[in-house]
Design a protein around this ligand. Structure first.
Ligand code: UD1
Ligand code: CA
Length: 472
């Protein structure tokens, strides 16, 4: 069956108090509209049409990669008017699904049920019972419980305002029927708007019954109007992801203090994640991996049995099995670590590969470098890879030992099993198996006296003559 999804997204979002159109605000680093799109994209045989208005240019530019038709509603004259913009693009056969661009957490299962409930004899409407229904359209039912119409809050009588069942705005309806009813809408109501909700009464008049269903949770149908609601839905979404990870066998020390802004491509078993960890982009995490508190991991692949200690920043990196990272380590893009590599505290690695069993344990910068296996890089080692214009590579071959506080001025190669003496500035290739060092000779001056510090003021604040004489 053919589906046309119409996403209403023309509204202004004044209460966000933002330059950015409301639907471009993000949950888990994905815009609200993108969330709605991604969910509906999973429906088969589906054409998506997005109605934009406020900030239309900005929205279409930001989301130009979506496989959807963009339609502009120049004036926002109501939800019915918004859908009318695509009336002539709706096929007679097939189902139309109406979604809101600012209701980001709606679930596919909820939408599928609506679509299944819509046919020539019935319109499917998603409703929800709210403890505080104010502001929403109320669902009016007759004595036998059938829905007869929706009354907007502003048009409702005080009795109708007592009703807790409200319209979510989300519905599924046959194309041919919708087109007919859209053409009959008027704006004779308190707000002077063309209400999409008026089609309910028209359907009933045409002997089309209204089948209602409800979402599993209220959060699914909550819209975002301000930043407080945005933060609420962010937490709801994050908790859902955390729950899903725990169901897959991940231990989260606190699911309330975990954020995933992206996807997990592959997930091992018995992963342990401490508090305040942020996973961004696409990550793969192997089995028995431990991730310490306050660590950010973005677009990275982490092998089995890796231990990442607290406060690490890892981006576009590959970490081989059984390696240990941190605490306080930074792996910048294109850091590729083989198995059993140790990267310790205050170490920064960039665009470098480190082969198996090598250790860079303290206070080092390794950039544009190829590090062989079983290399030991001492504390405070720096690869000087940049002359202000060009970047150069450093090569450190297998088994080399770099003494602490060494600078390796690239381009330079440290040969296999070479040793570099502590405190060296290495500007030329260092041969295999030898000790290379460059170090100013140490000297001691006999009879040298340490300068003495004098007080220049006495207690009364006047200059002490003795001191001055001495200084002359
Ligand atoms: C609408 C429903 C109300 C329901 C509520 C749920 C109508 C008349 N009322 O209320 O029954 O309880 O949603 O939130 O349908 N939009 C446009 N163009 C317009 C007007 C709105 O694209 O001209 C879009 C908005 O961007 C938003 C959605 O439609 O995504 C709903 O608009 P909003 O003004 O929030 O809803 P209400 O009309 O207050
Ligand atoms: Ca409105």
């Amino acid at each position: 069956m053919k589906i046309t999804t119409i996403i209403l997204a023309a509204g202004k979002g004044t209460r966000m108090r933002s330059e950015l159109p409301k639907i471009l605000h993000k949950i888990a680093n994905r815009s609200l509209l993108q969330h709605v799109y991604d969910m509906s994209r999973q429906l088969e045989n589906n054409t998506i049409k997005i109605i934009v208005g406020h900030g239309a240019e900005q929205v279409t530019e930001a989301l130009k990669n979506l496989d959807a038709d963009w339609v502009e509603q120049r004036q926002q004259l109501g939800t019915g008017h918004a859908v009318q913009q695509v009336s002539d693009q709706i096929a007679d056969s097939g189902t139309v699904l109406i979604l809101y661009g600012d209701v980001p957490l709606l679930k596919l299962a909820t939408v599928k049920l609506l679509i299944n409930n819509a046919n020539d004899q019935s319109l499917a409407l998603l409703t929800v019972n709210l403890a505080n229904p104010s502001g929403y359209g109320r669902i009016i039912r007759n004595a036998t419980g059938q829905v007869t119409k929706i009354v907007e809050e502003k048009d409702a009588t005080s009795n109708e305002k007592q009703i807790n069942e409200v319209n979510t705005g989300i519905m599924a309806v046959q194309g041919k029927q919708l087109k007919k009813w859209l053409s009959q809408l008027n704006n004779n109501n308190v707000q002077g708007e063309y209400y999409l909700t008026d089609v309910i009464e028209m359907a009933v008049a045409d002997q089309v019954s209204i089948i209602t269903s409800q979402p599993e949770t209220e959060d699914e149908v909550l819209g975002v109007n301000n930043r407080i609601q945005l933060s609420h839905l962010e937490r709801v979404y994050q908790y859902e992801q955390a729950t899903s990870l725990m169901e897959q066998g991940v231990t989260l020390k606190d699911p309330m203090r975990f954020d995933q802004r992206g996807s997990i491509e592959s997930l091992g078993q018995d992963i342990e994640i401490d508090i305040n960890v942020i996973l961004e982009g696409k990550n793969s995490i192997g089995s028995n991996v431990k991730i310490g508190a306050n660590t950010n991991i973005k677009n990275s692949i982490i092998g089995d049995n890796v231990k990442i200690f607290a406060n690490c920043i890892i981006e576009d990196a590959v970490i081989g099995q059984s390696s240990r990272i941190g605490p306080y380590a930074r792996l910048r893009p294109e850091s590729v670590l083989a198995n059993d590599v140790h990267i310790g505290n205050f170490v920064e690695i960039k665009k470098s590969s480190v082969a198996a069993g090598s250790k860079i344990n303290h206070l080092s910068y390794i950039g544009d470098t190829t590090v062989g296996s079983k290399v030991n890089i001492g504390a405070g080692t720096i690869t000087c890879n940049y002359d202000g214009v060009n970047k150069f590579r450093t090569i450190i071959e297998d088994g080399a030992f770099i003494g602490s506080n060494s600078q390796l001025v690239a381009p330079v190669t440290i040969g296999k099993n070479a040793t570099i003496g502590a405190g060296s500035t290495i500007t030329k290739d260092s041969p295999e198996n030898q000790l290379t060092l460059s170090r100013a000779k140490q000297m001691s001056l006999a009879g040298w006296q340490r300068p003495v510090k004098h007080d220049c003021m006495d207690a009364g604040g006047s200059v002490m003559s003795g001191t001055i004489t001495e200084e002359k």
